[in-house]
Design a protein around this ligand. Structure first.
Ligand SMILES: [Zn+2]
Length: 148
């Protein structure tokens, strides 16, 4: 018997932003893909570069993903999930938001309304004021222990 994985499917944008840890990791993955010129910044978020579906592009994606896996302890994104992540940006289901507190960019679901706070600022708010954090942020932390 095969058990369904809890949470959103890896092809859905909500998979990459479902809690603070995973959203932070998605932003880190975006950074590696940006550094490798696989993704780029544009006025309306980020899009894949024009050089697609060729060997050079695939090599840059693989190198960026290898770097991400080297840096992150127990990465949540497999190679397949990394590729879905790229496709979600291409379809504009994921985009970069700009944090209203620290002005950093962070990965967000383009179809969901958020409070324009990056995961790090949400976490700082929780740590700085015990018991004062927002209910949604507390739920983000609690869901951290959910299966991936
Ligand atoms: Zn922030």
């Amino acid at each position: 018997m095969v058990h369904a994985e809890a949470g959103p499917l890896p092809g859905l944008p909500t998979f990459y932003v479902r809690n603070l840890h995973i959203q932070s990791e998605a932003t880190l993955l975006w950074t590696f893909l940006y550094a490798a010129e696989v993704l780029r910044l544009s006025d309306d978020g980020s899009r894949r570069t024009e050089a697609t579906h060729n060997l050079e592009f695939a090599t840059r994606f693989c190198n960026a993903f290898d770097s991400y896996q080297f840096v992150v302890v127990r990465p949540r994104n497999t190679f397949e999930r990394g590729w879905y992540f790229l496709k979600a940006f291409e379809r504009r289901e994921l985009e970069l938001g700009v944090c209203r507190r620290c002005h950093s960019r962070y990965v967000r679901d383009a179809c969901q309304v958020d409070n324009h706070e990056c995961p790090q600022c949400k976490l700082k708010a929780l740590q700085g004021s015990p018991g004062q954090g927002s209910r949604s942020a507390e739920m983000d932390i609690q869901s951290e222990n959910s299966p991936t």
